[in-house]
Design a protein around this ligand. Structure first.
Ligand code: TXA
Ligand code: MG
Length: 320
């Protein structure tokens, strides 16, 4: 879809939340920080406003949006049912990086659901997001604030780079503390399924529910995962074990292995999987700016947030 850059984007700070709400009230788009990634928000009950999200992102219309809220009264107006398992997960992980896919109410704008009868809902934890949501008399539909297919912004700077000229306002918040998107959990035939791994790990969810949690066959359950994702303009390659690959001078190597030294490449070492997760997209944006040829990303172990990190690295890989 061709996009005409015609919108003047305002930079708003934490003192301008009333202005942000007023823009949203009028059907405008406001980018805001969350603990996972920056979101591109619109009134989730306003179909015309929600449609503008798809234009701003060049997003395929078959990819549903997550609805953000910070009150039980708005939750009641957004979903039709709250199964017991959903309650348990809400109690354990909200506010936080968990999205629950539940039967949608009639109030939710059709484009949010992208043809499904369910809606993904999330009560985020980031302070500025909460202050904004508490002032809104409606929930906010918000995908990640990147152009479709690109990495999600985890800092104000990269959100501005992605969305300046496409939205009415961008809220200046802190860098995201999780750095990868939320875990998306749905229920099929009463059984919990992970549609997308994220900031809340499978083990934690299984601990709370006391049952095994399956993984949805992706394209069926979560339409968004069908589309190419998280790709920076430089090439991304994955590796594990011994770094026995042929990097070119100027490439970057991302690793959890302390003390790794390689000739002619820049080695970025992360002390923990959490730090690696927090820094992945920021590193993608920085590597693009600096014209890096290839990013060699070590795959982390498949536990905790490592599941989501592996998923995002493998989706960003351009050459296998
Ligand atoms: O952390 C996050 O989740 C961020 C922040 C802004 O909250 N948002 C985000 O949104 O990652 P987005 O649009 O980039 O990804 C939403 C994912 C997609 O994979 C989509 O298919 C899935 O959630 N999803 C949304 N609603 C769904 C539904 N009703 N059924 C199945 N999957 C759904
Ligand atoms: Mg996204």
């Amino acid at each position: 879809m061709m996009f005409i850059m015609s919108i003047v984007t305002r930079l708003l700070g934490s003192d301008d939340l009333d202005e942000a709400v007023s823009i949203l009230h009028k059907g405008g788009l406001v980018v805001f920080p969350t603990e996972t990634v920056y979101g591109l928000g619109a009134n989730a009950f306003d179909e015309a406003a929600v449609r503008r999200i798809f234009v701003a992102k060049d997003r395929p219309a078959d990819n549903p949006l997550i609805v953000h809220l910070a009150s039980f009264s708005l939750l009641e107006r957004t979903v039709r049912e709250l199964p017991d398992m959903a309650w348990k997960l809400m109690e354990a992980f909200w506010p936080g990086p968990l999205t629950l896919v539940l039967p949608a109410s009639d109030r939710v704008a059709p484009s949010v659901k992208a043809g499904l009868n369910t809606v993904g809902v999330r009560w985020p934890a980031e302070e500025l997001a909460l202050r904004l949501l508490e002032r809104c008399p409606f929930p906010l539909a918000a995908p990640s604030a990147n152009r479709s297919g690109r990495p999600s912004p985890t800092s104000f700077e990269s959100a501005w780079e992605e969305m300046n000229g496409r939205v009415e306002a961008i809220l200046h918040g802190p860098s995201c503390s999780v750095g990868l998107e939320s875990t998306v959990v749905g229920f099929e035939g009463g059984k919990p399924l992970i549609f997308r791994p994220g900031g809340v790990s499978r083990e934690w969810i299984e601990d709370v529910l006391g049952v095994r949690v399956g993984e949805a066959s992706e394209s069926r359950a979560s339409p968004g995962t069908r589309h190419p994702h998280y790709r920076p303009s430089c090439s991304v390659r994955a590796w594990s074990g011994i770094p026995a690959f042929a990097a070119s001078p100027g490439d970057w190597v991302l690793t959890l292995q302390r003390g790794l030294e390689l000739p002619e490449v820049r080695v970025l070492t992360f002390d923990t999987v959490e730090e690696y997760a927090r820094e992945l997209y920021r590193t993608f944006f920085q590597a693009e700016r600096e014209g890096v040829g290839t990013l060699w990303c070590e795959l982390p172990p498949e536990t905790g947030v490592g599941q989501a990190l592996r998923d995002r690295i493998l989706r960003a890989v351009t050459v296998l």
